[in-house]
Design a protein around this ligand. Sequence first.
Ligand code: AMP
Ligand code: ZN
Length: 142
Amino acid sequence: MYTKEDCLFCKIVRGEVPCTKVYEDEDVLAFLDISQTTVGHTLIIPKEHFDNFLFVPKDLLGKVFSVAQKVSQALVAGLRAKGVNILVNTNEIAGQTIMHFHVHVIPRYSTEDAIKIDFIPREIGKLNLPKIANDISFNLKK
Ligand code: AMP
Ligand code: ZN
């Protein structure tokens, strides 16, 4: 079973595993992603363990995204990134490999960056968009 004791990012928070720190406050830690997809690729995490995006209390979510914005501003203003991608993989099907909520901030410098996030449009002719929207809005938590 997966526990906080063996969660890699909890170990980083506790200082048991090293990281290259970018920012820290009471609730949030930002450190360089070990893969450095592009130079400056940073992960923002809450210090408290939540498995993923679906479970993070909204105040804390706001704090994490606020740090993601600060780091993005530093990458654009300071490291001359031309833009950033903000990415949150949620659950294994979506590519989440570390089950401690994290936001990727991926600076983009050129079209040659070794990353491509593409939305491939599908033929929507046969889809009932109002029904899809209704199914979602009906299930929104109050
Ligand atoms: P995800 O696939 O969204 O769960 O992203 C997990 C990220 O954690 C990957 O981009 C990994 O490169 C990164 N990662 C794994 N181990 C470490 C580590 N020890 N320090 C920093 N980043 C890590
Ligand atoms: Zn954790």
